[in-house]
Design a protein around this ligand. Sequence first.
Ligand code: FE2
Length: 435
Amino acid sequence: MSCCHYYAPTEGGDTAFSVDTSAITFGKGCLSEAGSHAKALAITRIALFTDRTLMEFPHVEAVKASLLAAGLDVVVYDETRVEPTDQSFKAASQFAVEGAFDGFISVGGGSVIDTCKAANLYSSHPAEFLTYVNAPIGNGKQPAGPLKPHIACPTTSGTGSECTGIAVFDLLEMKAKTGIVSRYLRPTRALVDPLCTHTMPKNVIAASAFDVLSHALESYTARPYNQRPAADSPSARPMSQGANPWSDIGCRESLQILGTYIQRAVNDASDTEAREQLMWAATLAGIAFGNAGCHVPHGMSYSVAGLVKCFQPEGYPADEPICPHGMSVIVNAPSVFAHTAPASPQRHLAAAGWLGADLRNATEEDASEIISRQIISLMRATGMPNGISDIGYTMDDVPALTAGAFPQQRLMQNAPCTITENSLSGLFERAISYW
Ligand SMILES: [Fe+2]
């Protein structure tokens, strides 16, 4: 096991880590296997979740044709929304209850997959909406048992949602992003077809790629699992269990792929090799963060996306302000990793090197500067917003941003150093602009 001293036992810390993931099928054209996999899961009547935009692409048709050819009864639900809300989750759940399905399949990005997870949850184990929502906003209860089978087919190379037990949404009345977290939400199988990346618009592939980058970097630098207080029982060990030797493998490989291909994939739509490589990086990072957990950049993203007032990037729906998930995460990253580097300088330096930084003559004291500079350089090369000011925020917004992000304690406590409300404000202030 690499880096043994990093995972040496600590007083009161956990002494083991778990490896949980969806079964995964990866390869060009594998969406046409959907029918065969659904049959193997004994599904007879299946709800196919997607969105209206994706209905125009061939991916949905390929999946539907495969399911029909396998003799399944298929009903399509295309009313999921980009950046789902409690209302859109409830509407999808209602559809799932009325349809009496014995299985689910999602074809889309994180928003579609997350909506399908929620519909599966509330139709399998009906309850008042806040029952399963993360505390303190909701009651944070776990479902009584497994859900129905769910096959997830990601059409973007970013979310990792196909490998995780997390569903994120906006709670409209509180203007807050929150989520539902349970092992039972993890899809039964993921069908990851890298051909889907060919049709992604530039801004969508860029935002997705930076989401992947932050999944990998946050998981790699998360508080080590052995420094998290041991749970009362092994079955209560959280999914966000902290960095561990298993998640390290996916993070390392994912960051190396991103360092090599991210600029090519974003800046040259014809570079299908680079785009397909990003799909593999997304899958690896998804497995990693599904077992280690993200930390502060994702925690901050909840309020950056939730409080957005006027941002409307190209390639996304133009009917209302929106900060795509990957952008709302990466604008915080240089500020956060400069702050966390002193907690594990070797890890931050190694990650910067995989992302393409020159580490000659680098010392541990340089880790903060090198990791933040390398992320900024990739952001500039791919047209990302210059910090949260480009999303429309000023210093006056920092108290509201902090108030929205600090309650995300599942993420804050997975950081490698203590995050106080005060230090979080400082992180937002230093994320205003970078160049
Ligand atoms: Fe993410």
